[in-house]
Design a protein around this ligand. Structure first.
Ligand SMILES: [Fe+2]
Length: 467
């Protein structure tokens, strides 16, 4: 008891803040949705979602991601706990014979933790748009899963992406994943905007929580690829306990096809998937002029052929436009470096995480400033991307509830609730986007937008035109 206020007064305080914000607003919408005030806590280690699959050395933490540049490859990864065991993935489609691919095993130590045997195996030259079954493990402890390859890359291929960020492993994380899985819009793969397990919130970055996270998300990521972005909770830089190699657990556990896009590290890379070109950037690697990431992106953007992949999507962890008080302006230096390119190359949408809430911007840019002209204000710009913060997966750090007021003119919609989103590409001109909060039914959309493609249909698609 003691000093904690009664819950009715907390609800009143939240209501007061929301109402007050609405009065001050001259931007878009600050949602008036009022959620129950409760703590966000990790699921205990004996939760059913963390259960180790039965059997000696049974493969666990099975996950897949795209394994090449166009979607004919898949990286299958899994962990065995007792011994290295088999590196083989057996796979087949309904119309093909069984084939085998051979992977490699990796292990790592982190302070007083020793990892299990982490297996990564690339399957190549799959048929597009085909359901494949695959088996990992040996003897009595094999496990079978399946995935569907994407359609061949092409300009009018419909494709549906899920968006999840900053997931963690709390009861709320579980709700977010369940809502994604049950969403009738049916994402075919997930664009994950960084911050996976939040193991680093535990003493000595207890890597057991990387394992529990792997088992928790297996129910989705073993069946459809999640496209990975690195967040700050992947850095695991802990010199006080002798761990000075950043990203060690993440890079051992999660492989991405970075070489296929001439990248030199897993932290930035690109893939094509159906009608989309996805560029993944790293907020936590050097991005200034002359750095490897800068050089790669400078060479990468002109390669995007909008006649082949009309939709140009960027994933990055730290948002460039963020009107919450949390991580305020952390993305600013990267914005200054790369925003002119995003406008020039007509990026359709940038998805970010990091801020544990939801926000969608109008199309805006802030690229006019030249150190003497004083023009440093975001302005409406129909050649610019929409910026969406989707760091609302539900991790242990809780919601970012404090917003800057008044709501900036560029901010179209913001709300501090956990949830996920769906980006549903219809053809080369139209994509339908919807954000879902966890408190609603599976089909309910709390924020929606029709995206008009910036290359093929650059018609004004503002949702807040009167401000
Ligand atoms: Fe983050």
């Amino acid at each position: 008891m003691g000093s904690s206020p009664p819950s009715s007064s907390i609800v009143f305080a939240v209501l007061f803040l929301v109402c007050n914000a609405a009065v001050l607003c001259y931007g878009g919408k600050t949602s008036s949705f009022v959620r129950k005030v409760e703590k966000t806590i990790d699921m205990p280690l004996d939760s059913d979602v963390f259960k180790v699959p039965p059997g000696y050395n049974a493969p666990q933490q099975v996950h897949i991601t795209q394994g090449d540049h166009v979607g004919k490859g898949v990286i299958v990864s899994w962990v065995t706990a007792d011994e290295s065991g088999s590196n083989t993935v057996i796979y087949w489609s309904e119309s093909s014979k069984k084939k085998e691919a051979e992977g490699k095993t990796y292990t790592y130590k982190f302070y007083n933790y020793t990892s299990g045997y982490i297996h990564h195996c690339i399957i190549r030259n799959l048929e597009f748009n085909t359901k494949y079954y695959y088996v990992v493990g040996v003897g009595n402890t094999t496990r079978q899963f399946w995935f569907v390859t994407p359609p061949a890359v092409g300009p009018d291929v419909p494709y549906t992406f899920g968006l999840i960020g900053d997931l963690g492993q709390t009861y709320d994380s579980n709700r977010t994943l369940t809502h994604y899985e049950n969403n009738p819009a049916k994402g075919q793969s997930v664009l994950f905007v960084g911050d996976l397990s939040y193991a680093d919130n535990y003493p000595n970055h207890d890597n057991v929580r990387w394992d529990t996270w792997g088992r928790f998300v297996e129910r989705s990521v073993a069946y459809q690829p999640w496209i990975w972005t690195t967040g700050n909770h992947e850095i695991d830089f802990a010199p006080d306990i002798g761990e000075t190699k950043p990203f060690k657990p993440y890079t051992h556990r999660y492989h991405v096809p970075y070489r296929a896009s001439q990248s030199t590290t897993p932290f930035w890379y690109s893939i094509k998937r159906a009608s989309a070109y996805i560029i993944v950037l790293s907020s936590y690697s050097a991005y200034g002029k002359y750095t490897p990431q800068y050089q790669w992106l400078e060479e990468e953007l002109p390669k995007v052929n909008r006649s082949e992949t009309p939709w140009l999507v960027v994933l990055v962890h730290s948002p460039w436009y963020n009107s919450y008080e949390y991580h305020y302006m952390e993305g600013e230096t990267m914005r200054v470096m790369y925003e002119p390119w995003f406008v020039k190359y007509k990026v359709d949408v940038v998805f970010a995480g990091h801020v544990h809430a939801y926000e969608r911007s109008e199309r805006i840019s802030n690229i006019a400033y030249n150190i003497v002209n004083g023009q440093c204000v975001p302005v409406r710009d129909q050649t610019a991307p929409v910026y969406i913060t989707i760091g609302d997966g539900g991790n242990i750090e809780g919601l970012a509830t404090n917003m800057t007021n008044p709501q900036p003119e560029y901010s179209a919609y913001r709300e501090a609730s956990f949830g996920h989103a769906i980006f549903d590409i219809k053809n080369r001109t139209h994509a339908y986007y919807g954000w879902h909060r966890n408190q609603d039914g599976y089909a309910v959309e709390a924020d929606t937008m029709w995206f008009y493609n910036r290359y093929w249909h650059p018609v004004d698609d503002s949702t807040n035109s009167d401000s």
